[in-house]
Design a protein around this ligand. Structure first.
Ligand SMILES: NC(=O)C1=CN([C@@H]2O[C@H](COP(=O)(O)OP(=O)(O)OC[C@H]3O[C@@H](n4cnc5c(N)ncnc54)[C@H](OP(=O)(O)O)[C@@H]3O)[C@@H](O)[C@H]2O)C=CC1
Ligand SMILES: O=C(O)CCC(=O)C(=O)O
Length: 454
């Protein structure tokens, strides 16, 4: 009788097939490859996972919906963009993951994000599957009315593919509370239903009071847990942060609160370095600059004269104890990682999704630098989204204190899973990438085994 294992392939053959099937989709291939390296070792002793082709199936989205988004700008020009929703895997719960509006958005980027989301959401321990969506629409410089018309048009197609038990989108780059408001309003108008179909909503209409802070705060809680595991803490440590959006500013806020000193923030044009520290008042000023006036980070040096602005550069060469990439994918490459290692960085904790290239990750791992991948460290955002879904279906509202306690516990739990699965026998060093990959995979894999071949 032929072995049931006849379809098992080695890692190289798996990657070859992946590259062939997803030609040119570099971000997606990178994300799957990073997981596959750990999972292939892990499933060596699990023929049931191998025979069921679990990883091969998770690496093929359940479906991708792509659609035209047509809208009218303030000068009455008709504009056409492309929208997508990638529903990667719903083995353990409804598809869940953000929407990104950025001119760089394409299928590869959304597929990598939806794939990573599947593992991240599993790590939270909540019943959430993985998805992601968005558009190549560029929100920069658009009026509020233009943003509203775009969001309404986007939702006019998306609404038929989502639902509180089907797929629950949220924000990501370029999608904050303003956009979620317009999207939710349009969903409600079309369907006539008030239901928890989006998270990141305003508190006036069912949003969680902690969702805006959750990703950045959660990442710093993970950092604190990781440092504690190594008998260190945040107090007195200097930190470089990239980005000046939702994740970066809330990470900066929590770092300051826990006694850290934030030295940098950035946007896609450059970074600011403030040797005096970017404290809570300065962060509040940047929040107003970014969220209300929609300005550029370069304006910081006009307000705070001790700071310098570095056009076209990233902050990774500034001497620091802690680095937190909180902007976008592949923003920290091998040479950046070497610069951080040469400066004896103690910990790298990712607020963004896949911000470090594979070569950069290798530098951190070879140097045994404490390194937390985004899929574990930034899971606090989607975890609080999961809590927002519970609040909506139970028709309850939890206060900030309760939610912050729950977020703290959730991050501690994710950290614990990474340590359990990622600690190496000899040195005791924790490989958080391996830990997150294996712990995230296992729950989804067990659910998929239970379903048979579907
Ligand atoms: N919001 C959330 O809850 C979660 C977000 N994440 C991830 O965190 C990261 C940041 O998201 P978020 O803070 O929400 O997004 P925002 O839109 O609020 O902010 C994004 C920030 O990153 C900068 N940025 C974007 N693209 C680039 C680029 N190509 N090069 C350099 N800088 C860039 C932006 O600068 P500029 O204004 O110039 O474009 C901006 O400062 C993303 O990777 C996202 O996927 C992960 C988990 C949850
Ligand atoms: O809260 C959510 O559902 C979205 C979070 C997200 O997009 C992410 O974790 O990258």
């Amino acid at each position: 009788m032929a072995s049931k294992n006849h379809q098992a392939v080695d890692l190289d053959t798996f990657i070859e097939g992946l590259e062939k099937r997803n030609e040119g989709q570099t971000e997606f291939i990178q994300a799957v490859r990073e997981v596959a390296e750990d999972i292939f070792t892990f499933v060596k002793d699990r023929p049931d996972y191998q025979e069921a082709q679990i990883l091969r199936r998770i690496a093929e989205p359940d479906r991708i919906v792509s659609f035209r988004v047509c809208w009218e700008d303030d000068d009455h020009n008709i504009r056409v963009e492309r929208g997508w929703r990638v529903q990667n895997n719903n083995a353990i719960g409804p598809y869940k993951g953000g929407l990104r509006f950025h001119e760089s958005v394409n299928e590869s980027i959304l597929k990598f994000l939806a794939f990573e989301q599947t593992f991240k959401n599993s790590l939270t321990g909540l019943p959430l599957g993985g998805g992601k969506g968005g558009s190549n629409f560029n929100p920069k410089g658009k009026s509020d009315a233009e943003i509203m018309r775009f969001c309404q048009s986007f939702m006019t197609e998306l609404y038929r593919h989502i639902g509180p038990d089907t797929d629950v989108p949220a924000g990501d780059i370029g999608v904050g509370s303003r956009e979620i408001g317009y999207l939710f309003g349009q969903y409600k108008r079309i369907t006539g239903r008030w239901e928890g179909v989006l998270t990141g909503k305003g508190t006036a209409y069912g949003g969680s009071i902690m969702r805006p802070e959750a990703t950045g705060y959660g990442a710093v809680y993970f950092l604190r847990d990781m440092l504690r595991e190594a008998d260190e803490d945040i107090e007195g440590k200097s930190a470089v942060i990239s980005g000046a959006g939702n994740v970066a500013l809330h990470a900066a806020e929590k770092l300051c609160e826990l006694g850290g000193k934030v030295l940098t923030l950035s946007d896609s044009d450059g970074f600011v370095h403030d040797p005096d520290g970017i404290d809570a008042d300065k962060i509040a000023w940047v929040k107003e600059l970014k969220n209300e006036r929609r300005g550029r980070i370069s304006e910081y040096i006009e307000e705070y004269s001790g700071a310098t602005y570095h056009e076209g550069e990233a902050p990774w060469r500034v001497d620091c104890d802690i680095a937190m990439p909180c902007a976008t994918q592949n923003e920290l490459d091998e040479s950046d990682a070497k610069a951080l290692a040469d400066n004896d960085v103690m910990a790298v904790c990712e607020g963004a999704n896949m911000p470090t290239t594979m070569e950069g990750v290798k530098v951190f791992q070879d140097a045994e630098i404490l390194y937390a991948p985004g899929k574990a460290a930034n899971a606090g955002g989607v975890a609080v989204s999961g809590l927002e879904m519970s609040q909506n279906s139970e028709r309850v509202s939890w206060n900030r204190e309760k939610l912050d306690d729950m977020l703290t516990d959730l991050m501690e739990d994710i950290h614990g899973k990474c340590v359990e699965r990622g600690r190496s026998g000899d040195s005791g060093h924790v490989n958080y990438v391996k830990g997150a990959n294996i712990a995230g995979f296992e729950k989804v894999a067990d659910a998929m085994l239970a379903f048979g071949v579907v």
